[in-house]
Design a protein around this ligand. Structure first.
Ligand SMILES: NC(=O)c1ccc[n+]([C@@H]2O[C@H](COP(=O)([O-])OP(=O)(O)OC[C@H]3O[C@@H](n4cnc5c(N)ncnc54)[C@H](O)[C@@H]3O)[C@@H](O)[C@H]2O)c1
Length: 256
């Protein structure tokens, strides 16, 4: 028996990285999944590899009409919609002083506005299904400040707040809404040129779990929130960051 048997999920940003890992894990656990991304070819390749349990579509999370089509795809192909993973995200790096308004707005548009549009779009179908689970992918950057990514931090803090408001409004319909806060995860996002100057080994070595995370480790947490196993959790923050947010060993007493 799968942990998501009978459930239908919509995952944004599912062409690669964490979204792809979530789609693969969900199907392995019995779900049927609609995968959406702006990387159409990659998204379709992942969808095809998952067979009849998956549908891949073009979804630009900043576009209302794309969300409407994504929800329609889920209900037409699979008859219902139970789970939304608002996973799509982008990052632009730069100091506060040198960040352009264009870059700042681009990040807010995808990460923050996209999450709002996604939540709003799925509510009618989830009400029709008698409930649901919305999982918004924030970040450790939604709980603390991170230098060099001001727009990203703003968008991820916003996701954390929107999650709680949506949970308050949607509880009456049996719809749960939670946020997930990954630390560093080995995906194309942190493999990009933007992060070339960062010594990744040094970043993770100071954490209690001294390594970068794997997309599958975040997918396990998202699976829990998508399933009925998390039936008493809503409006909450779920962290998977190797203990990075636990504190800094640099500020403590040497216990060796
Ligand atoms: N990788 C990390 O270290 C890390 C840490 C914390 C949080 N996150 C968050 O996890 C989520 C997944 O990121 P990832 O690490 O898999 O990165 P990724 O870059 O591999 O995947 C992000 C996906 O989102 C898609 N996307 C971008 N803009 C889109 C749009 N407008 N509409 C639809 N899809 C769009 C991309 O095409 C890509 O497939 C993001 O929200 C990210 O902010 C990542």
């Amino acid at each position: 028996m799968g942990r998501l048997d009978g459930k239908v999920a919509l995952i944004s940003g599912a062409a690669r990285g964490q979204g792809e890992a979530e789609a693969r894990r969900f199907v392995a656990e019995g779900a049927r999944v609609v995968l959406g991304d702006v990387l159409e070819a990659e998204c379709h390749a992942v969808g095809e590899s998952l067979g009849g349990a998956a549908r891949a579509i073009r979804l630009d999370v900043t576009r209302e009409e794309d969300w409407a089509r994504a929800v329609e795809t889920a209900t037409l192909a699979f008859g219902r919609l139970d789970v939304l993973v608002n996973n799509a995200g982008i990052v632009r790096t730069g100091a506060l002083e040198s960040t352009s308004l264009e870059d700042y707005r681009a990040v807010i548009d995808v990460n923050q506005v996209g999450t709002f549009l996604g939540m709003r779009a799925v509510v009618p179908a989830m009400r029709e299904a008698g409930g649901g689970s919305i999982i918004n992918i924030s970040s450790n950057a939604g709980i603390e400040g991170v230098q060099g990514v001001i727009g990203y931090v703003a968008s991820k803090w916003a996701i954390r707040g929107m999650t709680k408001t949506a949970a308050l409004e949607l509880g009456r319909y049996g719809i749960r809404v939670n946020s997930v806060h990954p630390g560093g995860v080995a995906t194309p996002m942190i493999g990009s040129d933007d992060f070339d100057s960062i010594d990744q080994d040094a970043v993770w070595s100071s954490q209690p779990i001294p390594r970068v995370g794997r997309p599958e480790e975040i997918a396990s947490l998202v699976l829990f929130l998508a399933s009925d196993e998390s039936s008493y959790s809503t409006g909450s923050e779920f962290v998977a960051d190797g203990g990075g947010l636990a504190g800094s060993t640099a500020r403590g007493v040497d216990t060796d």
